[in-house]
Write a protein that binds this ligand. Structure first.
Ligand code: ZN
Length: 391
């Protein structure tokens, strides 16, 4: 052995556990692909949690179901606590002006700054004339101690245990986050790292899981992670690598204009009912019995989805105190996209946020060692991270 290598080995810290989170790297996305097969021979699917990343990521970070950490879809009906009352004035301006993507992004950024929100904040397409009826559930940064609405996240545990760790800044690009991780690894002082890679999700929404662009992106991740491993292995005697995700991506085959159907009933938004339309769900609050019955009856007749009843919501861990996120939840079948919705106005190729039983909802866990505690669900990632870090 060359002397410089011997010297390096003497300087090495014992072990590092690296958890690499790749948003939307679903089990079905990986099917038929050989992504990092040699490096990561331990491969398993993980059951996802019902909801979008705004629900799944908190479950990964806490090991809790949405009912417990109280993060689900971003907007919920709460006129008394709505911080958005001043925005209602924008509802008087022509929609062609205020509803441009760039204008909405600028307003979202301004609110985030004014209200000192540290979480991910985006107004999406929630109409300004109704925005004062809603509150928002991710005001705080999830990736720091104290970031959860309910329960504790892995960072609370790491901090309390005094374990030196690295976590990506989700506001930065993947390239910057990779550099920042490698810089910390080179110091050899951290014992645990969570690398956050967000751009796979956007690509899969745009091009769908079957696209060759997905293969290119996976090849890029592979190159980047090999480089991370090279740096880690130079400074640590053992590198335990786990690549995981929060959900997969279904391919859209049908668009459903749920909003027009509901508006066709002639009920008044805000007086009879309040609704918010996510890409895969309609969520309703009723202000009188007639509205409850008529909307319920209409939804029963929509063949592209179904109403989720209380026992099922309970089983999914999405039964919330006071029906916080909707008194009635209508979920569409996998591959159906609600359009327009309050999340988007344009058709896209891929979507997630369907029932966790759908195979395209499954997330994945790939590793170079047998993962501890036999993880089955994305919530088990929290227990894996505790076991790996000793927190
Ligand atoms: Zn997404």
């Amino acid at each position: 052995m060359r002397s410089d290598l011997t010297l390096m080995n003497n300087d090495q810290a014992p072990t590092i556990s690296l958890v690499v989170f790749i948003d939307a790297l679903g089990w079905e996305v990986l099917k038929g692909r050989r992504f990092m097969e040699a490096r990561l021979p331990f491969r398993r699917k993980l059951r996802s949690v019902f909801g979008f990343s705004s629900a799944c990521i908190p479950s990964i970070l806490t090991g809790l179901m949405p009912r417990e950490h109280r993060h689900w879809s971003f907007f919920y009906y709460s006129p008394k606590t709505s911080p958005f009352k001043p925005l209602r004035l924008l509802g008087w301006l022509p929609r062609s002006l205020v509803d441009r993507g760039r204008v909405r992004n600028a307003i979202s950024k301004l609110i985030k700054r004014l209200y000192r929100y540290t979480g991910y904040f985006q107004l999406y397409n929630i109409p300004f004339k109704y925005v004062d009826k809603f509150d928002y559930c991710e005001k705080k940064d999830l990736f720091v101690p104290g970031g959860m609405n309910g329960g504790e996240n892995i960072f609370d545990h790491l901090q309390r245990a005094g374990i030196p760790y690295h976590v990506s800044d989700w506001r930065q690009s993947e390239a910057i986050n990779l550099e920042s991780l490698k810089a910390d690894l080179s110091q050899g002082k951290i014992a645990f790292a969570l690398l956050y890679m967000a751009s796979m999700d956007a690509l899969l929404h745009e091009v769908g899981k079957g696209s060759p662009q997905v293969d290119q992106k996976l090849a890029w991740y592979e190159t980047q992670l090999e480089e991370v491993m090279r740096v880690a292995e130079a400074h640590y005697a053992q590198v335990r690598l786990f690549v995981c995700s929060d959900h997969g991506m279904a391919t859209i085959h049908t668009q459903l204009d749920l909003m027009s159907k509901i508006e066709g009933l002639g009920l008044t938004f805000g007086r009879d009912y309040t609704a918010t339309y996510d890409s895969t769900m309609g969520r309703f609050w009723f202000h009188n019995q007639a509205a409850r019955e008529r909307i319920g009856a209409l939804l029963e007749q929509v063949p592209q989805g179904r109403i989720l009843r209380q026992p099922e919501l309970q089983q999914l861990g999405c039964d919330f105190v006071g029906d916080q996120f909707g008194e009635l939840i209508f979920l569409v079948d996998a591959g159906v996209l609600i359009l327009p919705s309050h999340m988007g106005l344009k058709p896209i190729t891929g979507m997630h946020g369907y029932h966790p039983d759908d195979p395209d909802s499954n997330a994945s866990l790939l590793s170079n060692v047998e993962p501890p505690n036999d993880p089955q669900s994305i919530t088990d990632m929290f227990h894996l991270m505790r076991a790996e870090s000793g927190a």
